[in-house]
Design a protein around this ligand. Sequence first.
Ligand code: URA
Length: 294
Amino acid sequence: MSVNYSEVLDATIQHLEALKSRGARNVSVSAETLRSLSQPAPSPRHAPAIVAQVSKPAVSPISKSASTQPASLPPAAQSQIANPKSAIEKSAAFAALRERVMPCVKCPNLASSRKNVVFGVGNLDAQLMFVGEAPGADEDAQGEPFVGRAGELLTKIIQAMGLQRSDVYIANILKCRPDTPGQSAGNRKPTPEEMATCVPYLHEQIDLIQPRVLVALGATAIEGLLGKTLGIMKLRGNWKTYRGTPLMPTFHPAYLLRNQAMTEKRKVWEDMLSVMEKLEMPISDKQRNFFTRG
Ligand code: URA
């Protein structure tokens, strides 16, 4: 399938800017890739060839240049160095995946009721990836995951960890809002068929991002990633593994909005502290003691 040249270029620029903002000053790019990028934008007829060039595997360019990087690079930029896929290849692969996902009509009921396909948002080199259930009304309207009330709470949790949304990657098991025919409001849980149909896209996103840690937000996220297993009440707080990547199951922020008990918020925060430890992030006394009684 062809990938729009300007989309690849946009994704590449976005990715390089993100790397720059995190302290990276050099990236290695193969001569072949540089040549292809310096060409004038091709006519649509030629776009696939350009993409094929851009995504041709180069010889670990980023890891090769590791010795030219400042030793004090932030962890996210360091993971880029360790990742043999170059920034440009990754951006191109992500753009190609996005191009396949956005027009998806595999679930005709969802395709006809949605306003937007909610692909995912964040840093392609994220060490930490959050996975939720499915877009709600706000996410469907804006085309971005976790932007409604639950999203605001998730953003606060991310910030309390000392991160920004742009440091992590956020996606859902389902990329379309589950339809609720005959209802003017409300959400419904994705069906097993919808999950089975959509989750391969998420697997591809995870494979490209290669986060060091995954956080599954709620029962549906766990089911989508690990299959049917114990309930969220039993699972949360206990490390699991998704295809070799440590996965922390925790409560969905919407649950915390429904159940305002401090005990439940505290459990989620404890899970996030475990995540921070796993990622070897600094943890201040204030962070450690958020929920300890004085
Ligand atoms: N709930 C989710 O699981 N995902 C979203 O994107 C928003 C709310």
